[in-house]
Ligand binder design. Structure first.
Ligand SMILES: Nc1c(C(=O)O)ncn1[C@@H]1O[C@H](COP(=O)(O)O)[C@@H](O)[C@H]1O
Length: 164
């Protein structure tokens, strides 16, 4: 049960932190790699072409600006690739979102929201859980906690409304 998180620059790390924390919470072993399709293309190729052999089941690939990294990673492997557009330029992440989401037919990248690192990790867990009952149970538990939190917040909001 292993995931990989690759990002285009160390400057993306703060955005990816929630993904790393969430993967850890679910007990998923995670490789973290900083490599760029533009600046270190050979490293990206080596990483993606050998990921399956290393036991990686799913790859989260994050980049900002002209974010070619997720698509290039996807081109070198048939493992599922989850793309995270990072807001790192004056275009607010829309540049990265459009670069990642609009893949040519045949080489998909499952694209998350801008800076949507946490959902990327949850989605990665869901993919791994299709073949791992213990992880599937953890995800079911997570959903229950989420629902309980929403109910608590709704109850607090109702109390405030009634007090006014
Ligand atoms: N989009 C890419 C790629 C790539 O797609 O290969 N490599 C780096 N980058 C992005 O450039 C932004 C600025 O990087 P620097 O802060 O290193 O200048 C980062 O958000 C990175 O993901």
């Amino acid at each position: 049960m292993k995931a990989a998180v690759i990002m285009g620059s160390d400057s993306d790390l703060p955005v990816l932190k929630p993904a790393l924390e969430t993967l850890q919470e679910f007990g998923i072993e995670t490789e973290v790699v900083i490599a760029s399709a533009h600046r270190t293309p050979h490293k990206v190729h080596e990483f993606a072409a050998t990921a399956e052999k290393r036991g990686v089941k799913v790859i989260i690939a994050a980049a900002g600006a002209a974010a070619h990294l997720p698509g290039v990673v996807a081109s070198f492997t048939t493992l599922p690739v989850i793309g995270v557009p990072v807001n790192s330029t004056s275009l607010g992440g829309l540049d990265a979102l459009l670069s990642i989401v609009q893949m040519p037919s045949g080489i998909p990248v499952a694209t998350m929201a801008i800076n949507g690192a946490k959902n990327a990790a949850i989605f990665a867990a869901q993919i791994i859980a299709t073949g791992n009952a213990a992880l599937a149970a953890k995800l079911a538990d997570y959903r229950q906690k989420l629902a309980a939190e929403v109910e608590q917040r709704a109850a607090r909001a109702q109390e405030k409304l009634q007090a006014n």
